[in-house]
Design a protein around this ligand. Sequence first.
Ligand code: SF4
Length: 317
Amino acid sequence: MKIIPIFLPYAGCKKRCVFCDQIKATGQTKIPSLDDIARIIEEYSRTSNGYELGFYGGTFTGLSEEKMEEYLSFVKRFSVVKSIRVSTRPDEINERKLKILKKYGVNMIEVGVQSFLDEVLERSKRGYTSEEAEKACKLIKKNGFILSVHLMVGLPGSDRKGEILSALRTVECGADMVRIHPTLVFEGTELHRVMEEGEYTPLNVEEVVDICSDLVCIFEGWGTKVIRIGYHVPVELRKYVVAGPFDPSLGDRVRKKTMKKVIESLKPSRIFVPENYLVWFESAEVEVGDEFRFDDLSYADALFFTGKEVIEKWLNG
Ligand code: SF4
């Protein structure tokens, strides 16, 4: 189902993470009023009569209970809103808050975990530990929500091994889906200052494509769907990205690299792919088929075996 995104910049955030600038990343300078939200929903309802509404850009469950209920009860009045998702952080999840979300029919929670490494979380000033993040994810699953985890690649203090460990913890927590964001340096953030002081070096695009393709093998080989790779930064806001691996076609590049790794690892003699996945391959490599297959292996099995090699290389090698 298509999404109506409602951005509530910094709403519910009690502290500022070192890499974050919601205003420069989204161009939205203020929290929309209920009237603004009604106008956005009505605008969308001209083109379809069924949407999922997503609250993004802040920490939804960091809002007061009254405020959460005000937003949720308000958007539920619109018949075009068929389901609701919210984004939040691990340290703002507890049974009581989940109960409120349940009451209003929220079905998916997107949790910005960013990393499951304590040192990385500390250097990013996230304010929680990996254990707390794991607990929050498991609580969300226990309460029957769809869990989407957001991870960042290339945060201060991380390396390839750390990114792989974070991916494995995400799978272990039962994440249904994941968004992978490369760390970009936005002008004026604390990360910008740290970088200028020489204490942080961002990844480049090639490095990020290579790391993310390893992560895709692990996620999709183990059953966690990758729903986004890379940031959408509107053209007029790209001037605020002062460093880091920004590439509007990062997702496609990662998918191509992933398929390359699978082919190098499994050396299949024939590959069949549904037509809409042809863009992930060089045309000579594949044939069009109803199902995705590498010889007798399904897509998920092929990524699983390639993912096992990734783990072997970086964790046990
Ligand atoms: S919790 Fe999210 S929205 Fe809030 S400051 Fe941190 S990264 Fe930004």
